[in-house]
Every structure is written in structure tokens, then in C-alpha cells.
Design a protein around this ligand. Structure first.
Ligand SMILES: [Zn+2]
Length: 276
């Protein structure tokens, strides 16, 4: 009886453990690199001087590296620091040509903020940066996200963006269009590290999933969680809205690894299967 129970308890973790995001060796992508046997302690890993998430996959430690949209294609490397040595692992990033998107905004202050708006934006930045700079040294067993909203994928990650014909930062998240009031659910367990109302992002929630894996939820009509709250996959975070810089109600979903925005679709198994 005891053996049977133990087996039952172990099975779910056996079948779901060790999931890593879909690989994309391109700007905005995610690269997983096997580092060596888990019989040794986990190494500390850095990419462009930022600490990198490391998890156990099978018998190997694996670094899960976020690749910035701004990276130059070509040879790159991660640095490992362990008790005994430091070591370098090389990998190659290939170019990816993301399409352009032209958006017309009636609210011109969302394209060219006035001095008061600019002041507000810079006042808000420390709180947002503090959330994004969070590093919690905890075991990450698997990385697999559920879609936070049921809706239409309206704008993919990486689009080159023009607002009222002015070139702006590329689209650094995944947009899911749904009516105002649609429930937004946590895609995985984590800790709410910040909620707030920000100029471009509108009502926002940030979740820390451990080791620099952070997710952000923007343009909400309603926030249902508080900073410091633990959430499980499926916990309601809030409701879809159109606060901040938007053309209609949708969720803008960001995912960050090593302080880098990467394509959230790579973390959702059902979307990753469809991609390419
Ligand atoms: Zn968006």
C-alpha cells in the first residue's frame, strides 16, 4: 500500500518535470545549454553579466538563457562559475526578421508624451525596474506556462513597431485580445512582486517564478492580487482591460529571463508545437 501511494505521488512530477521552453536561437528566443552532471552542485551561470536560470533536466544541469531582441547574430557564450573552476560554453544566434506593424493612436500623448507624462514615466521606472531585477535563488523544477487568457492572439512577439508612423521599440510581449472583464489567470505558480498603474503598461501585475523568470500582465481593467501574494497556476490575477497605451481591450503578456524580454509563446507547449 505504501509503495503504491508513493508511486502515485511521484508520477505527476515524473511526467511533467524537466520541461524547458521551446528553443529559438534568435533574438527574443530562448536557448537551453546542458552544463554537466547533476551529481555536482549547480553552477552559477552568467550571460552578458546577468545571472541565468539553471534547472535539472534528467541527469544534466541545464542553463535556460533568454536572448535579447537587440542581440547581434553570431557567436555568443555563457560563463559558468563553480567551486572548482570557471568555464565558457559557446552557442550561435541566427538572424530573425520580425514583421513590421503600423499602429494609429488617437491619443497622441501615448506616442509623444508631454513633459508631465515624461516625468511620470521616469518616476514609475524604479518600481518597474525593481520588479524586473528580482532574483530569487529557488529550485525551478520545470518551465511550462498555460495561456493566461482565452482569446485571440492578436499581436505576436517581436514586431517592429511604428506608432503614427514613428519607429518605436519592438513589440516585446504577446497580445491576447479578449473583451474587457475577461479573467486573466496565472500561467504557473509564483509570487506577485509588484502591482501598479503605469503610463504605457496601464494596470499591471508582475510575478516572480524564481531565478529571474518573471512574467508581466498589462492593460488590466482590474487587479485581483497584491504584492507578496503566492499564486498557483490558474489563480485569477485580474481582468482584461484597455488601460495604458492600447487600441482596444487585450492582455499584453511579457516573459523575462536574465532581465531579458523573450517570446512568451515559447513557454506555452500548445503554442510552441504550432510555431514553425
Ligand atoms: Zn502588446
Amino acid at each position: 500500500m505504501h509503495k503504491y501511494l508513493t508511486l502515485l505521488l511521484l508520477l505527476p512530477s515524473l511526467s511533467f518535470a524537466n520541461a524547458v521552453p521551446k528553443q529559438l536561437y534568435a533574438p527574443g528566443g530562448v536557448v537551453s545549454i546542458a552544463l554537466g552532471s547533476v551529481t555536482k552542485p549547480a553552477p552559477e551561470v552568467y550571460f552578458q553579466e546577468q545571472r541565468v536560470l539553471v534547472l535539472a533536466k534528467g541527469k544534466q544541469w541545464v542553463a535556460v538563457v533568454g536572448i535579447p531582441l537587440s542581440i547581434q547574430p553570431g557567436a555568443h557564450s555563457i560563463q559558468l562559475k563553480s567551486a572548482e573552476s570557471s568555464q565558457t560554453f559557446d552557442f550561435r544566434i541566427f538572424a530573425k526578421d520580425y514583421p513590421a506593424q503600423y499602429i494609429t493612436l488617437k491619443n497622441k500623448r501615448m506616442v509623444n508624451p508631454n513633459p508631465d507624462d515624461t516625468q511620470r514615466i521616469s518616476n514609475e521606472r524604479p518600481a518597474i525596474n525593481k520588479a524586473l531585477n528580482t532574483w530569487t535563488q529557488q529550485v525551478v523544477e520545470e518551465i511550462s506556462f498555460a495561456l493566461p487568457v482565452i482569446g485571440r492572439l492578436s499581436s505576436p512577439f517581436g514586431l517592429k513597431r511604428f506608432f503614427n508612423n514613428q519607429p518605436k521599440n519592438p513589440h516585446s510581449g504577446l497580445d491576447i485580445a479578449a473583451p474587457t472583464g475577461t479573467t486573466i489567470s496565472a500561467p504557473a505558480s509564483g509570487l506577485v512582486i509588484n502591482t501598479g498603474s503605469y503610463y504605457y503598461n496601464g494596470n499591471s501585475v508582475f510575478i516572480d517564478h524564481g531565478q529571474g523568470l518573471i512574467s508581466g500582465y498589462f492593460h488590466l481593467s482590474k487587479i485581483s492580487v497584491k504584492a507578496g501574494q503566492l499564486v498557483e497556476q490558474g489563480t485569477k490575477l485580474g481582468e482584461v482591460g484597455e488601460t495604458g497605451r492600447v487600441t482596444g481591450p487585450h492582455l499584453h503578456w511579457n516573459v523575462y529571463l536574465n532581465k531579458t524580454k523573450v517570446d512568451p509563446a515559447l513557454f506555452v507547449p500548445e503554442l510552441a508545437v504550432e510555431a514553425k
